[in-house]
Each structure stands twice: as C-alpha cells, then as structure tokens.
Design a protein around this ligand. Sequence first.
Ligand code: ADP
Length: 449
Amino acid sequence: FAESTDIVVIGSGGAGLSSAIMATEAGAKVIVLEKMAYFGGNSTRAEGGMNAAGTKQQIADGVTDDSPEIFYKDTMKGGHNLNNPALLRTLTENAAGAEEWLLSLGAKFCHRMGRGGGQSKARSHGPCDGSPVGIELMRVLGERAAKDKIDMRNLNQVTDIVMKDGKVAGVKVKTPEGMKTIDAKAVILAAGGFGANQAMVTKYRPELKGFSTTNHPGATGDGIVLAEKVGASLTDIEQIQIHPTVIKRNGALISESMRARGGFLLNKNGKRFTNELLTRDVVSANELKQPGGVAYLIVDNSIYKKNKMLRSYVSEKLMTRCDTIDDVAKLIKADPAVVKASFEQYWKAYDQKKDDLFGRPEMVIRMDQAPYYVAEVTPGIHHTMGGVTIDPKTEVISKATGKPIPGLFAAGEVTGGVHGGNRIGGNAVADIVTFGRIAGVNAAKYVGK
Ligand code: ADP
C-alpha cells in the first residue's frame, strides 16, 4: 500500500520550498521530503545577498542604470562564458520578480549599496540590518509553507525516483519507520549540491583534496545520483567553486559582502595582492599564490557599527578586534611599517577614486575608522556549479534522448548551467528562488493544476 500525492519535492532548501509553495498555491498536493533532521539545507547558510536587476528598491536608491541585460553580461563574464544562455536569461529576467515575491511574503529585504565580485552595478538585496540573507529567506518561505499547510517531513531520505512507462511515478524513501514508497505524478529535485562530499568533489577535481567546506553536512550530491539513475544528463559537473574568505579550522564563511562594503585583503607580509572585487575564482587563485596560501581580511569600525553579520563574526571569534593599525600588524605578524603603508595606499585610492595598485573599481569607505576587525582566511569549497541538466522550464533532460524526462523537474544547486564556470556572489539565492518558483508552476501544470 503506497501513499500518493501529486508532487514530491526532494529537499527543503530555498529551491525546494519556493517550488513547493508555488505548486501548492496552484492547487497541487505536495509533499516535501528532507533527509536531515533540520530543514533549510545550505540555503540557511547563505550570507551575502540576493542579486536582482531593475528592482524598485534599487531605483529608489538611485541605481537606475542596471538592467537584466547588464546582469546577464556580468554573470556570463564571471562564469567564463560557460553559462547556458537560455538559463541565464531566465535567471536575469526573472530575479527581480522573485525578489518582489519574497517581499510580498514579508521578507525584510533592502537594496544594498556596494558591489560584490564581478558585479558592475550594486544589485544585492538582503536583510536591512545586514544579517545573513539565508535566515530571513528561509524564515519567510517556512512561514508561508506552514500557512499553506504543506506536508514537510524531515529525516526522510529519498533513495530512488520511481519510473513507470518512461514517466516519473514516485519515490522510494528511507524514513525513521522504514522504507516507504510514495506514488507521485511529478518529482521536483531540489536536493542541493555536493560541496560536503569529499569523495565526489575529488572525483571531479582531484586537486581540491583536503580543502575545508562551508557547506552543511547534507550537501552530499544525492540529487545528482538520483537523477543519473533515471537517465538524466549532467552539465558542467566538474565546475566547483572555492570561496576566498573561509576560516580554515571550521569551514566558517566570511561573506563576500565584507569586501563589497569596503574591506580589503593583506597577505602575511602585510601587503595587498589583488583587486578584492574580482570574482571568487580569481581572488582564490591569487590568495593561493601568497605565502602559506592565506590572507587577512580587514574591515573597519564604520562597517562594524552598521553590520549585524560582522558583529556576529566577532562574537563568534571568527574575526579579531585590533584597536590600531599596529595591532593589525602584530596579529598578522607583519612589519608594522608595511601594514601602515598598505592602509595609506588604500586611503589614497579612496581619496582619488582610483586604485593604482590593483585597479579595484570601488572603495565605498576609506577604511580609516579604528578599531579594525581581522580574520585569517583561506579558500574553501563553497558551491558546486554543475549538476543535472535542465531547460528553462526546469524540466530535467535525458542523456539518451536530449528531451525532458516526463514528470521530472529540478531547481537550485542540484542543477548545472546557470552559473557556468564560476558563480557570482548573490546569484545562488537569486537562482534557487527564481528557478524554484518556475519548477513549482511547471510541475503543477504537468499534473493538471
Ligand atoms: P538549494 O539551495 O538548491 O535549495 P539546499 O542545500 O538549500 O539547496 O537544500 C537542499 C536540501 O536537500 C538539503 O536540506 C538536503 O539535506 C536535502 N537533501 C539532499 N539529498 C536528499 C535526499 N536524498 N532526500 C531528501 N532530502 C535531501
């Protein structure tokens, strides 16, 4: 005796819940299955923000010259032109609508000034108090899912997608009560990436052996294996992002927004070594060339005063307070004169609006307000750009036929192609909400709702 429903959603992160809400509100009966004890996956850990171009909030802040087209070009360039053009169009044209949808669900998001790596316009959105975006995102999605009375089950790990007559017919699930089968007309795969699966990471990228990861322990790539078992094609599976500002001892992430807001990086010798606003892959590569493969991220009190996330880094001892520039030098064990000269160079760059050393395009603040806050950082595994092949309707594509596998949809980090060879910071939240919503709508249509 099997239970039956219209749609099973595998995974309870941002992609899973966005799709579950849209499908439910279209009239479909939905069950969300989550293997971990907690809901929210990596989405809960998203720190920086959500990129969207042409939002009302951007315009109100005076950023009137951004557009989906510029967003597209920035992302394509940042992704080394490997991004799937149709998927990227879908993202860049629908992210603003996705952000407005979150506002309508009650998200306390503001537009943020300052740009992250690879962005030519300030298009990040997130909690107005600077707290991490993922927590607020999952708060509103969780509340809406509860209001919609969506059946969400934790400790339910999908082990197989069941096919019948060439179509999706349900899933097999490992539950605390034993194995179960759930009959379903459609499945939305929203099981996230594989950044926490060392074996899978090194299978595709042997040189990443031993790197720490910022991912939650459930990011093990189950979704990719599930999809492959039913014949799905994979895209860019070897494209794995390392993020340049990770704390080695525990894999904690220091958000890219710290640099976007004006922070800079020094090496062990106390010298800047890169334009800090380059894309994550390039900053990481530049960092690995420094002594010991580490860098020191430095921010000042003007950021600290306004930013809740930074205050939590300090209270969690991820960043250390230094009352003077000499204290910064002492902490990083560099020559104080060299560190002082690095600060002065940055002040000059701010004053003349031009960074002679590395061509950093925007300084935002002068970075002269003590105390300073410093973290030793190193690159860590952050995001898996590759995954299951989808079309712009989020239908999963069969490896054998090149056509959609009937009834199988996928959204979020489990998919490949949106971000190409490098994901721009702030595009993950944009991706999961935009494509999650599309998956929900299309799966509901597919089941006749
Ligand atoms: P996205 O950002 O794409 O939404 P997340 O990492 O936030 O991805 O969420 C994916 C969720 O899917 C995680 O909570 C993860 O534990 C869950 N998950 C992964 N594999 C399975 C599985 N086999 N069965 C059920 N849930 C799974």
